[in-house]
Design a protein around this ligand. Structure first.
Ligand code: AOS
Ligand code: ZN
Ligand code: ZN
Length: 424
C-alpha cells in the first residue's frame, strides 16, 4: 500500500489549529526557531530491514500479523514510514536476508518511495544453507584460515550487492567471542580479526566507509572479540581512513558514559555513526529514548558540539540508523516512535546555549552548566518537531494517522496474517 498525500493533508488540517497554538507558544521562546526547523527537516534516520518484523528472544518468537516477507515488502514498509514522517528516507539491508536479485528493479522501487540505501550489513553470526564451514567458533577471528576466508568472501559479496544499490558503507558486526576462559588466545583472535578486516577493507570502493561495530556481551558469555570502543577504534585506526567505529547504544556495559565515548570518537574523526535504541538491562533494543531520554539528549549535545567543531554537516556527516528488534509492539509504530524520540533529543540539544555553556565551563560554574543543559532538556519541543514534519509534507502526528488509517490492518489484508519477516 501507498499513502495518499490527501490523507496526510486531511489529517494535518484536522490538527492544524491545536498544533499552531502549541507551536506559536514555544516558537516565541526560542531564539532562531527557523534554523532548528531546517535542521530537523534535513535530518534522516535509516531504518534497518530486520526491524520491520517482530523480533524474538532465544525463548521464543511471537509473530505479528502482516509482516513483510520479501525485500519488496520491506521497502514498502519503510516507504510508509517515510511518507508518515519524512525522516526515514533510507533502508539498511542485511545479506543474506535481503538479497536483491534484480538490483535495478529494487533500486527503482525504493526510488518510487523516495528511499535510498544506507549501510549494508553482513551476517557471519549464523550458518547459511549450503555454506561449507560453520561459524560456531567465530568468523573473522576463527583459528582456521578457511573459515576466515569464507567470512571475508561473504563480506566482499555484501559490498558488491551494496554497490549495485548505491549504498556507501558496510557495517560489520561480529558474534565472535568465547564462552569459557582459555577457549581463545585473545591476541591471536584480535590479529586474525584485523587481518580478515584488512582483506575486506582492501575490497572497499574508495568512496565507501567501513563501520566496525562493537558489543560488550552476547552471544558469548566470557569474551567478545570486538567488545568495546577501544578495540573497535584500534581496528579502525589500523585499517585506515575509511574505517570508523560504530556506536550501538545497547552494546555497552551498564551505566557506561556513552556521550563521552561519542565525543572523543568524533574528536578523533573516527565516529562512523549510530545504531539507536534504548535498553534497561542489556541489548534490549527498546524504543529509542523510552528508558534514558536524558542520555539520548546528552549524546546529541556532544554530537552537535563535535560536528560543529569539525565543520561537519549534521545531516550527512555521520551514519544515523536505528537498530531494534521488538518482540511485543507493532514494529512500524515503534519505528515511528523511535524516529520521533531521536528528533526530539536532537531538537532539545540544538537549543543548548553553547556560548553560555562554554563560559560556565571556563568559570567552573557547574550549577550554571547543569542549568543550561537541563533547561534545554526540559523544553517541550514536540510542536517544533511536528512543525518540521508538517513543512516537509509529513503527518503532524504519524502514530495517530497510522492508527486512524488502520495501516496494519490493510497490510494484513494484502499479505495475510501469517506473513513472516526474515530476520532475528
Ligand atoms: C547486534 O547486536 C548488532 O546490534 C547488529 O548491529 C545488528 O543487530 C545485526 O547485524 C542485525 O542482525
Ligand atoms: Zn547494532
Ligand atoms: Zn545489538
Amino acid at each position: 500500500m501507498k499513502l495518499d498525500i490527501n490523507q496526510i493533508e486531511q489529517h494535518n488540517a484536522s490538527l492544524s489549529e491545536a498544533h499552531q497554538r502549541k507551536f506559536d507558544f514555544i516558537a516565541n521562546e526560542i531564539k532562531d526557531v527557523e534554523a532548528v526547523i531546517e535542521k530537523l527537516q534535513a535530518f534522516q534516520i535509516a531504518i534497518p530491514s530486520w526491524a520491520l518484523g517482530t523480533g524474538g528472544t532465544r525463548f521464543g518468537r511471537f509473530n505479528g500479523p502482516g509482516e513483510p516477507s520479501t525485500l519488496e515488502q520491506k521497502i514498502e514498509d519503510v516507504g510508509l514510514l517515510h511518507a508518515l514522517n519524512k525522516s526515514s528516507g533510507a533502508i539498511s539491508l542485511h545479506i543474506p536476508w535481503d538479497i536483491p536479485t534484480d538490483a535495478q528493479k529494487i533500486k527503482d522501487l525504493a526510488a518510487s518511495y523516495d528511499l535510498t540505501f544506507d549501510a549494508v550489513n553482513s551476517n557471519t553470526f549464523q550458518d547459511q544453507a549450503g555454506q561449507e564451514f560453520s561459524y560456531k567458533y567465530g568468523s573473522l577471528h576463527h583459528v582456521d584460515a578457511r573459515v576466515r576466508k569464507q567470512a571475508v568472501d561473504h563480506n566482499i559479496e555484501v559490498i558488491k550487492h551494496g554497490e549495485a544499490l548505491g549504498s556507501k558503507s558496510l557495517t560489520v558486526w561480529l558474534a565472535d567471542g568465547s564462552s569459557f576462559p582459555g577457549q581463545l588466545n585473545f591476541r591471536e583472535a584480535f590479529q586474525n580479526t584485523l587481518s580478515s578486516l584488512q582483506e575486506i577493507y582492501a575490497a572497499l570502493p574508495s568512496d565507501w566507509k567501513l563501520f566496525v561495530e562493537y558489543k560488550a556481551f552476547e552471544p558469548h558469555f566470557y569474551s567478545t572479540t570486538i567488545a568495546d570502543w577501544g578495540q573497535s577504534l584500534l581496528l579502525a585506526s589500523k585499517l585506515g581512513d575509511q574505517a570508523y567505529t560504530l556506536v550501538d547504544l545497547g552494546h555497552h556495559l551498564p551505566n557506561a558514559n556513552i556521550e563521552q565515548i561519542v565525543s572523543l570518537l568524533l574528536m578523533e574523526g573516527k565516529l562512523g555513526g549510530f545504531h539507536f535504541n534504548d535498553s534497561k538491562y542489556a541489548d534490549d533494543d527498546l524504543t529509542a529514548g523510552s528508558i534514558k531520554p536524558y542520555q539520548l539528549f546528552l549524546i546529541f549535545n556532544e554530537l552537535i558540539d563535535g560536528l560543529d567543531a569539525r565543520g561537519l554537516d549534521h545531516a550527512t556527516g555521520l551514519g544515523w540508523m536505528i537498530d531494534a528488534s521488538h518482540n511485543l509492539k507493532d514494529p512500524l509504530v515503534d519505528l515511528l516512535q523511535s524516529v520521533d524520540a531521536i528528533k526530539l533529543a536532537y531538537a532539545q540539544a540544538l537549543l543548548v546555549d553553547r556560548v553560555s555553556l562554554k563560559q560556565a565551563q571556563q568559570e567552573n560554574n557547574i550549577i550554571k552548566a547543569q542549568e543550561i543543559l537541563q533547561d534545554a532538556f526540559r523544553t517541550d519541543v514536540r510542536p517544533i518537531v511536528a512543525e518540521a514534519r508538517k513543512r516537509s509534507g509529513a503527518a503532524i502526528d504519524p502514530v495517530a494517522l497510522f492508527t486512524a488509517l488502520n495501516v496494519r490492518g490493510q497490510l494484513v489484508q494484502e499479505r495475510g496474517e501469517k506473513s513472516v519477516a526474515t530476520g532475528l
